[in-house]
Design a protein around this ligand. Structure first.
Ligand SMILES: O=C(O)CCC(=O)C(=O)O
Ligand SMILES: [Fe+2]
Length: 369
């Protein structure tokens, strides 16, 4: 089929995703992906040739966090969550091999023929595995330049048989990666709770209540999203992901060496410089609510590239689905009154099925005025 005819005329072709368009040699961005001018990843109008502003996120040395300097690292963690809602974690203890293999097997998955990937397409939001394109391909009026594979990771033994069996090593590699990131999530969550004064560092300081919070996280949900952003013919007209904040408590993001992630900082879009073998960690809506607004769930988006493909793996961690999330009672007082309504997963699902999950709408809807 002639690629331009395909891309311009047949709406069903867009349902097959951007990898498919790219493989068919699309040379002009189809209208379906063209954002209104105000939503485009605009180059600075006054300095159109200026490179994008970039930022080295605060770095948290995980090995230091586990050592005698824990309290200093906790202070840095706290400032990062208050100011940026994002930080990078180095010396995280996850074997480099597990990281490389995850990127490698995901790249090979997206390299499979379309028919093989399409076996996992599903409109069922609760399916243990879901392949698709854009954010919500059944509702988005403008598509974003992104295909994804979503893997529910909890409980691992139940979901694993549903995960892709091709490439042959996919399940093993992704399961190892899911276990490793869950472990890191729990360690970072302990530090976050401690930085909020809700969890004691030493066994003597810990109360039963402290352990109860953590237990909920152990039993919490984990969703892995592998994002594939093929090269895009007209990257200035579209986005890989539109501005959004992450639902959930924390996201551990692995990105390859190609830049694309931008976060909103002081009203501007700033590019996060990729740091090999590190994790970008961000505060999700649940943590903003739980911390009563002290830690920020910040808008971020992804821009795409004319030449290089990009891949990222987001591991999203939340409390169990049936759990109510509200501001921790210990963080509410006369100076800091309760700022958010309680929420749960069902409310969120209801919300996203009634409107496009763009921008910070869900979190805004939980704010008490
Ligand atoms: O690809 C990225 O850098 C960000 C992905 C992301 O924001 C997400 O999956 O929620
Ligand atoms: Fe995100």
């Amino acid at each position: 089929m002639c690629p331009s005819a395909m891309a311009l005329t047949n709406d069903d072709e867009f349902q097959k995703g951007v990898k498919h368009l790219f493989e068919n040699g699309v040379s002009k961005l189809p209208n379906k992906y063209i954002l209104p001018v105000s939503d485009r990843p605009k180059v600075d109008k006054e300095h159109p040739n200026a490179t994008k502003s970039s930022l080295k996120l605060p770095v948290i040395d995980f090995a230091e966090l586990q050592g005698p300097n824990r309290s200093e690292v906790l202070n840095s963690l706290s400032s990062a969550c208050e100011e940026y809602g994002f930080f990078q974690v180095v010396n995280h203890g996850i074997p480099i091999e597990a990281i490389r293999s995850m990127i490698d097997v995901s790249t090979r998955f997206f390299g499979l023929p379309y028919e093989e990937r399409a076996k996992y397409m599903s409109s069922d939001m609760t399916s243990p595995v879901r392949y698709g394109t854009s954010l919500n391909q059944r509702k988005d009026s403008v598509f974003c330049w992104r295909d994804f594979l979503k893997l529910v990771c909890h409980p691992l033994s139940d979901v694993l048989p549903h995960w892709p069996s091709c490439p042959m090593d996919f399940r093993e590699v992704a399961a190892t990666y899911a276990r490793e990131t869950k472990w890191l999530f729990i360690r970072i969550t302990e530090a976050i709770l401690e930085s909020l004064g809700l969890w004691g560092a030493t066994t003597e300081e810990k109360t039963e209540e402290d352990d109860e919070i953590l237990k909920q996280f152990h039993d919490g949900s984990q969703l892995m999203v592998v994002n594939c952003f093929p090269p895009c013919p007209e990257p200035d007209l579209t986005l890989g992901m539109p501005p959004h904040s992450d639902y959930g408590f924390l996201t551990l993001l692995l990105q390859d060496e190609v830049e694309g992630l931008q976060i909103q900082y002081k009203g501007k879009w700033i590019t996060v410089e990729p740091m090999p073998n590190s994790f970008v960690v961000n505060v999700g809506d649940h943590l903003e609510i739980f911390s009563n607004g002290r830690y920020k769930s910040v808008l971020h988006r992804v821009f795409v590239n004319p030449a290089k493909p990009r891949l990222s793996v987001a591991s999203l961690h939340s409390l169990p689905f049936n759990c109510m999330v509200g501001p921790s009672p210990k963080l509410i007082d006369q100076v800091n009154p309760r700022r958010y309504k309680d929420t749960d997963f069902a409310t969120f699902l209801e919300y996203i099925s009634s409107c496009e999950p763009k921008k910070k709408n869900f979190l805004e809807s939980r704010k008490l005025t």
